[in-house]
Design a protein around this ligand. Structure first.
Ligand SMILES: Cc1cc2nc3c(=O)[nH]c(=O)nc-3n(C[C@H](O)[C@H](O)[C@H](O)COP(=O)(O)OP(=O)(O)OC[C@H]3O[C@@H](n4cnc5c(N)ncnc54)[C@H](O)[C@@H]3O)c2cc1C
Length: 406
């Protein structure tokens, strides 16, 4: 019987184990946490955004995002839904393509996978950290603690370094390297950003809807709308997570990174000026601080005024046209320099990883070492927010499992 070791009991490892076992293989999962699937439980704020119904390679970054396309095509939403039914999991897909377990609880996903792998006869070894992987007499030797066991085939599904508190490790990269694979430099993604400013910490706790433009070396790279939240270290919120992949990649490349915040994205520049003018003429004796408080979060006003050198108590009728212009410009493009991300500890995923040029996208087998497979986030494929990262983990895990089970 075909013997298979799967290193890592996350999304990719569980899916691969199930697919290989269903194909008749003898499968063992090595997981160093006390339980498999810790990230599944923590995902989507406890809801698990399990897949995106419209995922395609455009939703991913890496040296060759196109690598993900074949795997994604093998697991379209309808096929994933049928698969989920086969493990007793019902899904709820939203209009925007995001999909969750019907119960709205991530634990439903883990319970279904755990029951299914047990039923399929997969051996799940928890609290078993794989410390070395090598080939001896044509077979793969998996070393965990003091034990060694040999297998016909091995899948490296150890994920990335993101969220080490959930068991993430860089071990997969070390194993891959030891077999001659290249590692594309890794960087945190879907992560908060640290800012170089004296005021962000004073605005900590301010949450608002904004449009955020990412500038790399002074050129606009990406524009998104969503919530932002100032914090003691810098800035977070969904809009920030959405631009973080490109920001983090640019920081890794030592490029100059800035964000421009538009606090009133519902108005274009002209409408904002007209609205302000109208407001100013209806309450000419009110202070600029009071008038602005009807438009933007109170905690931001004093800092905006400081940057434009306008005194908060100035009556709006006394403002000079150039002061008004400066203020409206700043409200719609408030620049902050980004110095760093908030790090792997706070990141949901990692960019970079095992170079996909050395992996067969139709099988997930290494092009360098026969019988060695890779799946999930350990590869140089990183998705957007919205279920795309699990999507690739399930799809690549399924392909690897089926192939290994042959
Ligand atoms: C807080 C949070 C929320 C997220 N929410 C979402 C979401 O809603 N939707 C989405 O699509 N993505 C989400 N993600 C990303 C998603 O969780 C990952 O992309 C996905 O889990 C990757 O699957 P994987 O199997 O490749 O890696 P992992 O799930 O990380 O699995 C790897 C496993 O390998 C184990 N391991 C590592 N080294 C060793 C070793 N030496 N020996 C034995 N075991 C080892 C780890 O403990 C882990 O269990 C979220 C991530 C985080 C951190």
């Amino acid at each position: 019987m075909n013997t298979i070791a799967i290193i890592g009991g996350g999304a990719a490892g569980l899916m691969a184990a199930l697919s290989a076992a269903r194909a008749g293989a003898d499968v063992t999962i090595y997981e160093h946490n006390a339980s498999v699937g810790k990230k599944i439980l923590a995902s989507g704020n406890g809801r698990c955004n399990i897949i995106n119904t419209s995922a395609c390679s455009d939703d991913y970054a890496g040296a060759n995002p196109q690598f993900a396309q074949y795997a994604l095509e093998q697991l379209p939403y309808a096929a994933f839904e049928t698969f989920c039914h086969s493990i007793g999991l019902l899904l709820d897909s939203k209009e925007d393509g995001r999909c969750y377990p019907l119960s709205n609880e991530a634990k439903a996903v883990l319970i279904a996978f755990k029951s299914a792998v047990t039923e399929a006869g997969v051996k799940v070894l928890t609290e078993k950290k794989v410390t070395a992987l090598f080939k001896e007499k044509g077979r793969f030797v998996v070393q965990s603690d003091q034990e060694k066991k040999s297998y016909d085939k091995v899948l490296i599904a150890t994920g990335s370094e993101a969220a080490p508190q959930l068991g993430a490790s860089a071990d997969g990269y070390h194993f891959a390297k030891s077999f001659g694979h290249d590692i594309i430099p890794t960087y945190p993604s879907l992560v908060q950003l640290q800012l170089n400013s004296k005021i962000h910490s004073k605005m900590a706790g301010v949450k608002t809807h904004a449009e955020v433009t990412l500038y790399v070396n002074n050129k606009p790279k990406e524009k998104v709308r969503g919530d932002i939240l100032f914090a003691s270290y810098g800035i977070s919120g969904l809009a920030i997570l959405d631009i973080s992949q490109k920001a983090s990649y640019a920081l890794m490349k030592k490029q100059r990174v800035e964000i421009g915040i538009n606090l009133l994205p519902r108005f274009d520049a002209q409408t904002l000026s007209a609205t302000m003018e109208k407001l100013f003429s209806s309450v000419p004796n009110h202070s600029i601080e009071a008038v602005l408080s009807t438009l933007i979060p109170a905690k931001t006003i004093v800092h905006l005024l400081e940057e434009t050198a306008i005194k908060p108590m100035t009556a709006v009728s006394r403002l000079l046209p150039k002061e008004i212009k400066k203020l409206t410009c700043l409200i719609q493009d408030w620049r902050f320099e980004v110095t760093d991300t908030h790090g792997f500890k706070h990141a949901e995923v990692s960019g970079g990883g095992v170079a996909t040029a050395q992996i067969n996208d139709k099988t997930m087998e290494s092009k360098l070492v026969k019988g060695l497979y890779f799946a999930g986030e350990v590869l140089d494929v990183v998705g957007r927010r919205g279920g795309y990262n699990f999507n690739f983990a399930w799809a690549s895990g399924m392909i690897a499992g089926k192939e290994m089970g042959k």
